[in-house]
Design a protein around this ligand. Sequence first.
Ligand SMILES: [Zn+2]
Length: 205
Amino acid sequence: MEQLIEGHKRFLAEIFPARRSQFHLLSDSQAPEFLFITCSDSRIVPDLILGTGPGDLFISRNAGNVVPVTGQDVDGVTATIEYAVEVLKVKHAILCGHSDCGAMKAAIDRAALEKLPKASRWLRHVEAAFSHRQPLNPADGAHAELASLIRGNVIAQMLNLRAQPAVAHAVVAGQLAVHGWYYDILTGRIERYDEHTRRFLPLLG
Ligand SMILES: [Zn+2]
């Protein structure tokens, strides 16, 4: 805990005073343009890799960056999506997977989930990833197999995201764009799924 207490002290002493007016503006409303759905993994720090800050990203995180299939019981992810689209009127919804994803490793090796009944049930949501697996990319080296499945999961969850009623409606109305990203921890680079070529391409052309 010491690390967190010290970090908060530094925030109050250095960062907050310098940005006081921004926090004042944000104190009673938010108008983020982006809904960002990603994995709970500690190595994904959206504000760090995207240069964003308070008020920019409306974030939903869970193991495996899952969007549960619509029509099932309500859950935290789909409720968050509905609020982001219907109330905040975000203009972009980004589904972001990442390299070395533990959730996807567990989906491959289900024995790892034996003592984790909740995680095991949750990760049924990623099973569609297997049918969207991407071609192996030699740049991924020894992890190419896993990376191709992780990219497949981005596509599978993007489809679930598009199928959410609020999302489908906003997309048809031209008010919302849906994006699928793959973030590589080793290189720091992001790939985007191109729906025309059905391939992952570098975000920075
Ligand atoms: Zn992950």
